[in-house]
Design a protein around this ligand. Structure first.
Ligand code: ADP
Ligand code: MG
Ligand code: MG
Ligand code: MG
Length: 659
């Protein structure tokens, strides 16, 4: 989650006087990166994934499950005592927003496709983490959202409300859920203070016969004069109300980063993935519940978007919730403030362009840009960017830096990029365009080059599923890079924004139509039609399987015609068969013949004997969900869970070929 500098972060009031300073120097640092690295070319396709886990404790006596706030030291152990083991096994562990979270990645990236390597690496990460936590009875589960997050007893904290939670001021989340590193509480407080209000998340509640008309967990407290009054005004009837950064950043996800041969290829790859992002979000849906309620949504994305939305009421174009709002913008800056359409966590705002298929009209959605930064990027003495690239970065620069460290104010812009990374790492879009470090000159090929990060995927419970999604996306990426002269991926970006909202709808996989192209050929037009997800994956003219997957598999010599041939491939190590089942998982979910994780978990709640048709998830139901999640994770089919969840053919394969 971005920079973890050591030092003292400044409070919002102290830090905002440096906002322009950080932006100005961050911009120079970015221009130096371009100056030094824009001619770098020939990087191979290195890539890697990131998986986040929730550290959970299950109590068989009380039949309760909670998140543990006492085991974050496992990350220090992994990076200390077990560093050598991690190094040898190619594993890396990182802290995340929640004190109950761990993130893991391969330490060195994978190179091209080596089927099984990704899953093997994921399995080793989980195994080592599990081994270290085993004696304390803690389970690392790669679960997108904890069902009773924010409800009574959701952590193992003995007395959460014995003192005020001054950082988030949430009615539900004690500050102890936040990572101990000073960056995270500072982010939480600074977002709230800049916004001038607590963050506000309303998610449509799943409506069953006995579901109450309002979220009856909203209450009036008297700890914080203003924030406690806001909740009543902010919560909307028919919605699950949440009021803190932790509800969003405390969710887990699956991300992937891919390197491209050079800056132009990276731009093309980024643009090619723009409309793939909402589609993959929909098919990976794993988040049917929030704060102890069943939701009418299936994915986490917009919860995080709202959970870190630091825009002032003016920027959002809304009235303040209460009249005592002070807002975060210094008075003298008022003249420069502008409306900003979206949260800093959101769907990709702009295509990067820079290739023959791109048309500027494709960036047809309203996007605020920092005009001063734009003018500087296109005309300066360091490196002159083209207008489309400048527009992308000038949009990132409409945001204020959220966490500034006293100790890192002074930087050498020729060799450091912390100020740029400060802005970049708190712009959380579905894709991230990652420039190299400045030392990645054409001569220094050992430093990381131009990369694109794919961020929308919901994390899955099993390593098999996560590897399947990761590999599926790898094949799309490889296809885009190999056939970049022959695939026109562009659609108006406003359609992508719409797709992103559609992806949130409960069972969008089964029920919804998305904007998609009729053809991706070089001479295809830029219009879209509405397709369901089955068509988007399988239709012969423009489906993802025929257009991207089959094409690259043929090119790489895996198959003669279609991916289905992989099933009967005679290769000895069984990798083709494994690849077949990875693809089959995605294909079956897209078709609806296999439930998404969200659908499966929703049904577990709906069919639970304790369920009162009121959309509520009780402690016992929460416990049963977590036990089930554990069995699925471990491929334990004692109660036929795995073969139900993955279907009998796929489930049996996965169980018999566990890595
Ligand atoms: P962030 O949280 O900023 O996205 P991480 O370090 O958590 O960054 O994850 C970066 C991912 O990029 C990891 O999966 C890592 O293996 C991968 N990676 C590392 N080096 C390269 C490279 N040269 N090209 C592509 N991916 C890389
Ligand atoms: Mg992360
Ligand atoms: Mg990371
Ligand atoms: Mg990442």
């Amino acid at each position: 989650m971005g920079l973890l500098s050591s030092g003292t972060p400044l409070t919002w009031i102290e830090s905002r006087k440096y906002n322009d300073y950080v932006r100005e120097n961050g911009l120079k640092q970015l221009l130096y990166v371009f100056k030094f690295c824009s001619r770098r070319t020939g990087d191979p396709l290195y890539w890697g994934d990131e998986i986040e886990y929730l550290l959970c404790q299950l109590n068989d006596g009380t039949k309760e499950a909670c998140l543990t706030l006492n085991h974050d030291s496992v990350i220090d152990d992994l990076n200390g005592k077990y560093n050598k083991e991690c190094e040898d096994l190619n594993l890396k562990f990182h802290p995340e927003y929640g004190r109950y979270m761990v993130e893991s990645t391969p330490r060195r990236p994978y190179f091209d496709l080596n089927v099984g390597e990704t899953e093997q690496n994921m399995a080793m990460r989980r195994r080592l983490l599990s081994k270290l936590l085993e004696n304390s009875g803690v389970l690392p589960l790669s679960m997108a959202v904890f069902p009773r997050m924010g409800c009574e007893g959701f952590t193992n904290l003995q007395n959460p409300w014995s003192h005020k939670n001054c950082i988030s001021r949430s009615l539900y989340l004690p500050d102890e859920i936040i990572n101990r590193h000073a960056r995270f509480p500072t982010l939480t407080a600074n977002i709230r203070i800049r916004r001038g209000e607590k963050v506000c998340i309303n998610v449509p509640m799943y409506c069953d016969t006995n579901t109450p008309a309002v979220d009856d967990t909203v209450y009036q407290r008297t700890w914080f004069d203003r924030e406690d009054r806001e909740s009543i005004v902010a919560s909307k009837p028919g919605n699950i109300y949440m009021d803190s950064m932790g509800f969003g950043m405390g969710c887990s996800c699956l991300q992937e980063t891919f390197s491209a041969p050079n800056v132009d290829a990276a731009r093309y790859l980024y643009d090619g993935l723009v409309n793939i992002a909402p589609i993959m979000l929909a098919v990976s849906a794993s988040s049917p519940f929030f704060k102890g309620w069943l939701a009418e949504w299936d994915v986490r994305w917009n919860i995080i978007a709202n959970a870190v939305d630091d825009r002032t009421p003016f920027e959002r174009g809304e009235e303040p919730l209460t009249n005592s709002v002070y807002g975060g913008i210094a008075k003298e800056k008022k003249a420069k403030t502008q409306r900003i359409q979206k949260s800093r966590y959101s769907v990709t705002d702009l295509y990067l362009g820079g290739n023959r298929f791109f048309k500027r009209e494709m960036n047809d959605a309203p996007v605020a840009i920092n005009e001063d930064a734009y003018a500087m990027m296109v005309d300066n003495d360091i490196f002159k960017m083209d207008e489309d690239l400048a527009r992308h970065f000038a949009h990132l620069f409409v945001r204020d830096p959220l966490v500034i460290y006293n100790e890192s104010l002074e930087q050498d812009n020729l060799t450091q990029t912390d100020h740029f990374e400060n802005i970049q790492s708190t712009n959380w879009q579905t894709l991230r365009f990652k420039p190299p470090v400045q030392s990645a000159t054409p001569e220094n090929t050992s430093a990381v080059g131009w990369r694109v990060e794919f961020r929308p995927l919901e994390v899955q419970l099993t390593d098999f599923e996560n590897a399947a999604f990761a590999t599926f996306l790898y094949l799309i990426v490889k296809c885009l890079l190999v056939f970049s002269d022959d695939i026109n991926p562009y659609v108006p970006i406003s359609k992508v924004w719409e797709n992103m909202d559609t992806a949130h709808v409960r069972d969008s996989v089964l029920k919804c139509d998305f904007h998609w192209k009729r053809s991706f050929s070089a001479d295809s037009d830029y219009t879209t039609a509405l397709y369901n997800l089955d068509d988007i994956f399988h239709n012969p003219q423009s489906g993802i399987f025929p257009t991207f997957i089959d094409r690259i598999l043929r090119h790489e010599g895996y198959v003669a015609r279609t991916w289905k041939e992989l099933k009967h491939s005679k290769n000895e190590d069984g990798n083709c068969k494994r690849l077949y089942y990875y693809l089959k998982l995605v294909s079956d979910r897209a078709k609806g013949s296999l439930p998404t994780t969200a659908r499966y978990m929703r049904d577990v709640v709906l069919n639970h004997p304790d369920y009162q048709k009121d959309s509520r998830i009780t402690k016992k139901m929460n416990y049963d969900i977590m036990r089930l999640a554990q069995r699925l994770t471990n491929l334990d089919d004692t109660y036929n869970d795995v073969t139900q969840f993955l279907g009998s053919e796929l489930g049996t394969y996965v169980i018999n070929h566990a890595l």
